[in-house]
Design a protein around this ligand. Structure first.
Ligand SMILES: NC(=O)c1ccc[n+]([C@@H]2O[C@H](COP(=O)([O-])OP(=O)(O)OC[C@H]3O[C@@H](n4cnc5c(N)ncnc54)[C@H](O)[C@@H]3O)[C@@H](O)[C@H]2O)c1
Length: 320
């Protein structure tokens, strides 16, 4: 029997591109996209789409039965910056949705689960540079606490019940197709929009804040690769460190200036600065590279060119 995939949170920044790529690979009818809100027209018309609340256990179980789902990608979550404004709501969404899926996998209703963690699992006491796979983790944000707790539960369900759950700690994901969902690395997307629209940008992080980042295409590749890997190769069952590049707002502005010389940036740090200051500046992902041959393709230069080209194309489509 071929894989039947359910993506929960498919209208979001990562879920929407993941769904379209999985549809290319597995056939449109075999990838069911679901979210609490509608997604892009392309997402909603290219294959099955269901409005569903990720915290509705019965509703999710019914969807899984209705479509004979084998694999679930649980992308619904409340992200770092938004979660600081609504701590309990973030905690409930991030944890309840995970327990629903882990328990359905425990009951053998699904075979494989993908659940993304984040660099937010680390905190101020973590070594900031080349943060190791296994290290001190004392997250200080609601989001980070929920992701770290989620990692512990994933590993527990794997060890105790043999649940085949796979995970990676995404860095800031940069893309142009769908707007970001309220994270601390959103500046690295907004900056490209503003570079093209107004030629200037005010960064909400200061110029020296180095954070780990990744172009969307690499993130999607990593996600699909880990799910395709034989189970015995996925040795880390909490969550893998994953890395491509690290840069500061200043370095990103300089990369943009190489393409748009008149671009200007200034800095007005807000509450997100404290979140960024608690996170690593670079990540050691040698375990992912060794266990399932992870390799990134996009560096800062390639990312900058891809973002500017992609956005120019979508702006010109908008204006037609
Ligand atoms: N984007 C990043 O840079 C980044 C970095 C690290 C980790 N992650 C993780 O990756 C996953 C996807 O992130 P994203 O950037 O696509 O987020 P996003 O905010 O863009 O998308 C999340 C989606 O979940 C949906 N959602 C929210 N509440 C829901 C509910 N109750 N039921 C069903 N759907 C609901 C939203 O409508 C949205 O479409 C999340 O787990 C996030 O924590 C993202």
């Amino acid at each position: 029997m071929s894989d039947k995939i359910l993506i929960i949170g498919a209208s979001g920044q990562i879920g929407s591109e993941l769904a379209l790529r999985l549809r290319e690979l597995h056939g449109n009818e075999n990838v069911i996209a679901s979210d609490i809100k509608e997604g892009s027209e392309e997402l909603m018309t290219s294959g099955p789409f269901e409005i569903m609340d990720a915290t509705d256990g019965d509703g999710i179980a019914n969807l899984i039965e209705k479509y004979s789902i084998t694999d679930v990608y649980l992308m619904a979550a409340m992200l770092s910056a938004t979660a600081e404004k609504m701590p309990m709501k973030a905690w409930n969404l991030n944890m309840d949705s995970l327990f629903i899926i882990l328990n359905l996998a425990k009951e053998k209703k699904i075979k494989k689960v993908f659940w993304p963690s984040s660099i937010a699992v680390f905190g101020p006491s973590t070594p900031r540079q080349d943060t190791p796979q296994t290290t001190i983790m004392e997250p200080t944000t609601v989001y980070g606490i929920s992701k770290q707790t989620g990692e512990r539960w994933c590993e527990y369900f794997f060890n105790k019940f043999g649940v085949d759950v796979r995970s990676m700690r995404y860095p800031g994901i940069i893309s142009y197709k769908t707007l970001p969902g309220g994270g601390t690395t959103d500046y690295a997307i907004e900056i490209f929009h503003e570079a093209l629209r107004s030629g200037k940008y005010t960064s909400f992080l200061n110029e020296e804040t180095a954070l780990p980042m990744m172009y969307m295409k690499d993130a999607i590749k990593a996600t699909i690769d880990i799910m395709n890997e034989p189970a015995e190769n996925v040795k880390v069952r909490s969550s893998y460190n994953l890395s491509a590049m690290s840069f500061t707002p200043k370095e990103l502005a300089e990369a943009i200036k190489k393409e748009i010389p008149e671009f200007e940036i200034d800095y007005k740090p807000d509450f997100r600065q404290a979140i960024a200051d608690s996170w690593p500046s670079s990540i050691d992902d040698s375990a992912a590279r060794a266990d399932w041959n992870w390799e990134h393709e996009y560096d800062l230069k390639k990312l900058t060119q891809a973002m500017l080209e992609g956005l120019k194309e979508s702006f010109s489509l908008e204006n037609k």
